[in-house]
Write a protein that binds this ligand. Structure first.
Ligand SMILES: Nc1nc2c(ncn2[C@@H]2O[C@H](COP(=O)(O)OP(=O)(O)OP(=O)(O)O)[C@@H](O)[C@H]2O)c(=O)[nH]1
Ligand SMILES: [Mg+2]
Length: 583
């Protein structure tokens, strides 16, 4: 089995790397008549003395022997499961939990004890398997199963249907398609009567996983040999028939060493079967099993290969998505940042390569926010909103102080106007907020998908930096908008053409001394000027504030008329009513 170790280890590494299930090697099951030498064959294959062997029924419970390869890399397993001292091989039973056996003689004793415990001491059998794990550097991960021998007549405490029971037990193991059957027959019995061969034929009719083993070649009657059997002339076995010589009962009693036994076996075969010596013996059996396992591994390879190829393709495309290797890091960094910056600018300018068609974005959206959202909000602001006659009257009275003024006090007008101008501040600040949101959103559109994939952290940093930058600019921008409103509040330019009309209103309301014809001319002239002025302003895109005054004029007149009814609650003189209307 030793040549398998490096192959399996390498393969298991590959399987681990590609994250698939590791190779499940077939389990090796021995079947055969009682005392045909099954345990002896298995033991020779493993290379350890640890199975109870002897005359009469010995193996009375299935023994599931799990060989576990431990390597230096496999420290975890060795530490958890292994003994503390420097021991290369050790064993553990399932039923003794964590007890560690380093003496294989003790293992043999424990198998006997455990067999007696469940099956009694008087030749009874029990289908419950004993599970033994052997940890070693010199084994591959493989499971071997030793079974009780097939028998005919009940002895001792055996039940009448013992033949049937053992048969079923064996069938249970050999019918598993993942098991290689070692059909053991002793050479001193007639091969044509071999129960092992018969049973395995029933469950492996193609003979693809049955290997014939002939034991006790040394015990054949004088004048007979197993030549015909071994050459497959009696009963052919597809995978072959291999003859072996195990240690006799005498050898076991004398504690004959396994290595010595192997040497003797080789010389026996050389002497008795020189022409086929190289194709028989325990060593050759081991090699053949090796080959069978290799074939099994080979069958697993196509699937592994496909998996590896799929993974290669996946990783290759991932690798390609990362782009060419980097030679100059700082140059690349600068390039990426520059590309991001220019992508950001072009999103604002509308010169970006991938122009969105589903929704407005970048500069176009900012334009929309200013002209549509903000513009509409401004237009919806009523210049006279929130002002009632009582406010105006109070403002006028407060401005005149102790003595009633002769003319409308302008200070009251300013007071009221400022209050109205201040109302523009809130929608302006909201406009700033919307623009900020859009500029923030634009960050996501810049930087290519490929770069984001390749340098996710860099991309995160860029987003961070730009977000912070935008956030930092928010308070100064708000302050600027607030300042603009403050500037407008600080000085009311009454010389502005918007106020030209106010003069007319004032005159009309206060009944100025000019004659009617002169007045009409003046009004006409004023209106021509205003019209011209407005056209010019509309050309440069300014919203004419005057529109509001025009729109409000009718409303304004009605309010002035209402004032005469004195219905607002507070009483005021006729003159005051006119002043309210003028303001
Ligand atoms: N001389 C000789 N004796 C053998 C050989 N193989 C096995 N034996 C002896 O045959 C007896 C039975 O061997 P086991 O290995 O216990 O046989 P088994 O098939 O496991 O027996 P059960 O488990 O009882 O069915 C033992 O005394 C072995 O020493 C062999 O090739 N030559
Ligand atoms: Mg046995």
């Amino acid at each position: 089995m030793e040549s398998l170790i490096p192959v399996i280890n390498k393969l298991q590494d590959v399987f681990n790397t590609v994250g698939s299930e590791t190779i499940q090697l077939p389990q090796i099951v021995v079947v055969g008549n009682q005392s045909s030498g099954k345990s002896s064959v298995l033991e020779a294959l493993v290379g350890h003395d640890f199975l109870p062997r002897g005359t009469g029924i010995v193996t009375r419970r299935p023994l599931v022997l799990q060989l576990v390869h431990v390597s230096k890399d496999n420290q975890r397993l060795a530490k958890e499961d292994g003994p503390s001292a420097d021991v290369n091989e050790w064993a553990k039973f399932l039923h003794t939990k964590n007890k560690i056996y380093t003496d294989f003689g003790e293992v043999c004793k424990e198998i006997e004890n455990e067999t007696d415990r469940m099956s009694g001491t008087n030749k009874g059998i029990c289908p419950e398997p004993i599970v033994l794990k052997v940890f070693s550097k010199k084994v591959v991960n493989l499971t071997l199963v030793d079974l009780p021998g097939l028998t005919k007549v009940p002895v001792g405490d055996q039940p009448p249907d013992i033949e049937q029971q053992i048969r079923e037990l064996c069938v249970n193991y050999i019918s598993n398609p993942n098991s290689v059957i070692l059909a053991v027959t002793a050479a001193n019995t007639d091969f044509a009567t071999s129960e092992a061969i018969k049973l395995s034929r029933d469950y492996d009719p193609d003979g693809r996983r049955t290997l014939g083993v002939i034991t006790k070649l040394d015990l054949m009657d004088a004048g007979t040999d197993a030549m015909d059997v071994l050459l497959g002339r009696v009963i052919p076995v597809k995978l072959g028939i291999i003859g072996v010589v195990n240690r006799s009962q005498q050898d076991i009693n004398n504690k004959k060493d396994l290595q010595e036994a192997l040497k003797d076996e080789a010389s026996f075969l050389q002497k008795r079967y020189p022409s086929i010596a190289s194709r028989n013996g325990t060593a050759f059996l081991g090699k053949t099993l090796n080959r069978l396992l290799m074939h099994h591994i080979r069958d697993c390879l196509p699937e592994l290969k496909t998996r590896v190829n799929v993974l290669i393709a996946q990783f290759q495309s991932l690798l390609n998505s990362f782009g060419d290797p980097i030679t100059d890091k700082s140059q690349l960094l600068l390039q990426i940042i520059t590309r991001f910056a220019s992508a950001y600018c072009s999103t604002i300018e509308g010169t970006a390569r991938n122009i969105e068609t589903s929704e407005l974005c970048g500069g176009a959206r900012i334009c929309y926010i200013f002209h549509e959202t903000f513009g509409r909000t401004l237009e919806s602001v009523d210049p006279l909103g929130g002002l009632n006659t009582r406010d105006i009257l109070t403002a006028i009275r407060n401005a005149t102080g102790p003595r009633p003024a002769l003319f409308v006090p302008e200070i009251s007008f300013e007071l009221l106007v400022k209050r109205q101008i201040r109302r523009l501040e809130e929608p302006s600040l909201r406009c700033v907020e919307l623009v900020h949101e859009e500029m923030q959103r634009m960050i996501q559109h810049c930087g290519t998908q490929q770069e984001m994939l390749r340098f996710p952290k860099l991309h995160e940093r860029i987003v961070d930096v730009v977000t912070n930058l935008l956030r930092q600019r928010l308070p100064p921008t708000n302050t600027m908008v607030e300042n603009l409103v403050q500037v407008e509040l600080a000085y009311i330019n009454t010389k502005h053409p918007d106020f030209a009309e106010a003069h007319l209103v004032h005159r009309a309301m206060t009944g100025g001394a000019m004659n009617a014809e002169y007045e009409a001319q003046r009004v006409a002239q004023q209106q021509r000027n205003l019209l011209q002025e407005r056209e010019e302003r509309e050309k440069v895109g300014q919203v004419p504030l005057q529109t509001h005054f025009e729109q409000r004029r009718s409303h304004f007149t009605v309010e002035a008329a209402d004032l005469d009814d004195n219905s607002s609650g507070s009483s005021y003189s006729n003159a005051e009513g006119k002043e309210i209307a003028v303001i």
